[in-house]
Design a protein around this ligand. Structure first.
Ligand code: S3P
Length: 445
């Protein structure tokens, strides 16, 4: 899980159009939450379409260590027998979160309001990421932390019960911080309130309601106010996880960039708090059609038909950033082949993801021959106007820094290049999209 294995380099080269139909794996955010809430409901929760990537498996292992019974049937359905809110057990060993920030921050919330102690560890990437953003509100609720210098992993958390209900205004637009507080609120008497100046993905709110928690969402002075009634009694559910829009994004951009492509991506989650990339790509001239809009697992879903299109550079409105926060690396690849300039700003958060995604993508695209300027809060990219990127020289590989999305974005850049792009390590792709390379081959790339 911690990628201590030797790196797996790979060269991605152009090999013709992407065609046919593919189905991307289940949504990572929804998968984490279905395991966590299933583990807190008494009775059996059944989950189909769960993402079987390393990050989600880290959550499953942690929930087992805290008392849930989690198994996978031969047909791929996952079964979770939960322990009930308030009844998580103290894990006997450190919880290895691998590369997964979502597992870490959300589970810190769950542990914070239980009378148990847990140690959280992670890989080299996760161990650099800021945890202070959750430590601070969870400390206000009464939990106690001993973190590594700079508020990072490894850290030890002593939860408390009863915890103190909190009203907290998010200082950063982060669904992970919001969710950590709401999950801590589940086992806290009274009402826990999170105020969001900028809306972030709302999977936690949708799923908490689906499991029977009492949760109100309102608006005050243009800000979202989410109030959760504590001491919730969660009811087990049957959940169908929609396909992950963040995974579909790589195939959508690949199909837009590679001449002759006409690809159908089935069952893509299009929750408006997640799907802004597709709107930005359409603004750039991308032909992306939504077919058969429907609802799956309480989330809007459609099949996406994506056809090769000439793209034009855009100025990306910072207000849409939270609804496409994981999609900037692949947007930068689309921008590198568009006609004219693409400008992005107010993206400081990208510097504290699995890697510093502004620095990593600026370096990687420059190495592949794109024209990129890096600023403190964004990139400005002058596209080729549709000409393929030169690609990387034979002896140079782009550095992925243990970041799955850098690896997949640069793989797509390789498909749209003359000489191919060498990626130093494709193993991190397994954290979120283990079937990425197989699906690329299936689509003909
Ligand atoms: C996630 C929230 C986002 C996102 C991450 C998944 C979630 O992080 O980048 O991949 O499932 O809540 P932030 O909340 O830190 O922006």
């Amino acid at each position: 899980m911690s990628h201590s294995n030797p790196p797996s380099p790979r060269r991605f080269t152009s090999a013709g159009p992407l065609t046919g139909r593919i189905a991307v794996p289940g949504d990572k955010s929804v998968s984490h939450r279905s395991l966590m809430l299933g583990a807190l409901a008494v009775g059996e929760t059944r989950v189909t379409g769960l993402l079987e990537g390393e990050d989600v498996l880290a959550t499953a292992t942690a929930m087992r260590a805290m008392g849930a019974t989690i198994t996978r049937d031969d047909d791929g359905t996952w079964s979770i027998h939960g322990v009930g809110v308030g009844s998580l057990l103290q894990p006997e060993q450190a919880l290895d979160m691998g590369n997964s920030g979502t597992s870490t921050r959300l589970l810190m919330g769950l542990v914070a309001s239980h009378p148990i102690r847990a140690v959280f560890t992670g890989d080299a990437s996760l161990s650099k990421r800021p945890m202070e953003r959750v430590i601070e509100p969870l400390s206000q609720m009464g939990a106690n932390f001993e973190a590594s210098p700079g508020g990072t992993l490894p850290l030890m958390l002593r939860g408390i019960s009863p915890a103190v209900p909190l009203t907290y205004r998010l200082p950063v637009a982060s669904a992970q911080v919001k969710s950590a507080i709401l999950l801590a609120g589940l086992n806290t008497a009274g009402i826990t309130t999170v105020i969001e100046p900028v809306p972030t993905r709302d999977h936690s709110e949708r799923m908490l309601r689906g499991f029977g928690a009492k949760l109100e969402v309102g608006e005050e002075n243009g800000e979202r106010v989410i109030a959760l009634h504590g001491e919730a009694d969660l009811q087990p559910q049957a959940i169908a996880v929609p396909g992950d829009p963040s995974s579909a994004a790589f195939f959508a951009v690949a199909a837009l960039l590679v001449p002759g492509s006409d690809l159908l991506i089935e069952n893509v989650g299009l929750n408006p708090t997640r799907a802004a990339l597709f709107d930005v790509l359409r603004d750039m001239g991308g032909r992306i059609d939504e077919l058969d809009r429907r609802e799956v697992g309480g989330e809007p879903v459609a099949d996406l038909r994506v056809r090769h299109s000439p793209l034009t550079g855009v100025e990306v409105d910072p207000a849409v950033a939270p609804a496409m926060i994981d999609e900037f690396p692949i947007l930068f690849v689309a921008a590198a082949l568009a006609q004219g300039k693409t400008t992005t700003r107010d993206l400081e958060e990208l510097r504290v993801k699995e890697s510093d995604r502004l620095a990593a993508m600026a370096a990687a695209l420059t190495l592949a021959g794109a024209r990129v300027e890096e600023y403190g809060d964004g990139l400005v990219i002058e596209g080729t106007g549709g000409d393929p990127l030169p690609g990387t020289a034979d002896a140079t590989a782009i550095a992925t820094h243990l970041d799955h999305r850098i690896a997949m974005s640069m793989a797509v850049a390789g498909l749209a290049s003359r000489n191919g792009v060498e990626v130093d390590d494709v193993s991190p792709i397994a954290t979120s999209f283990p079937t990425f390379e197989r699906l690329l081959a299936e689509a003909g790339a």
